[in-house]
Ligand binder design. Sequence first.
Ligand code: SAM
Length: 331
Amino acid sequence: MYKDNQLLDNHGRPMTYLRLAVTDRCNLRCSYCMPAEGIVYMPERELLTWAEMSRVVRVMHGMGINKVRITGGEPFVRNGLMDFLTEISALEGLEICLTSNGVLIGDYIDQLKALGIRSVNLSLDALDRDRFKQITRRDDYEIVFQNLLRLVAEGFEVKINAVVMKGQNEQDILALAALTKDLPVSVRYIEEMPFNGSGLVEGTLFWNHERILNELKTVYPLLRPILMQGGETANRYEIPGHLGDVGIIAAFTRTFCGTCNRVRLTAKGQVKTCLYDDGVFDLKAYIRKGVTDEELRQVFLELYAKRPLDGFEAENNRKGVINESMTTIGG
Ligand code: SAM
């Protein structure tokens, strides 16, 4: 049973999870996310301020949000992140998770631990310096890998996100699975989505859920499915004898919408009730009109009373084709 104040959508799904993109800036240039020259970043005044984000988190916490994921862009490139995390960590029962590319996180591991943050999603698409450099257009493999090991050693629950791409990191599917033998990490293979900032949608997806699973089964025929929890996006599998596990996120195929519990807030303050919509409400403009907390609450109630059933309906409702970068959305 949910509390009286729990935000539900028009399909009866409880909204318990806020994904907050705290910046659109990133220190990597992953080919599936941004063009080589990057995207035009927004000036600071176009972003929600830390105080505005704190307020939204507090109001949403009062509506049943019990988990917030800080994402971006790269969260660690925006000054003030640790103060913001300190502030929201005071909200009772709120689980704070981070998604990071792992380049800058090393300096903050002790502080994150002290704040009670236990879960970090690390994007790592290749276990090889050259392939990493080719995909991210930056030579940061070693530091990311060392930070991954440090996070695990410090007891963080680490999930590795890897976008699987034809001709780029196919050999890493099995290499990443092998990593779970001795490391208690969850590797999650993600189907590539068209959010690459260039507006190009390339044919049909080659490395879809099924193909990734078949590739894993060539070496691990005894993969055992792990029961999916509500709101989870990865179909996870146990590999007998491994400390960690593997999972596949059918982000393009969209098989997990049925239990979606997510509220998304982009760096410029757009509410997205679905990853595939093009932003359904300008929360920043609304906040800057000087609204009360109650008015903020009302807006979420209204938005979630007309939420598309799934990512296909949301995509159909878009005004234009998908041409934004995931760095503005937060994944
Ligand atoms: N900078 C952080 C990071 O690297 O994880 C957070 C932001 S990043 C946009 C969040 C997630 O989106 C990453 O795991 C990334 O792999 C994923 N992502 C970005 N573009 C994608 C795409 N076109 N298809 C699938 N996943 C994508």
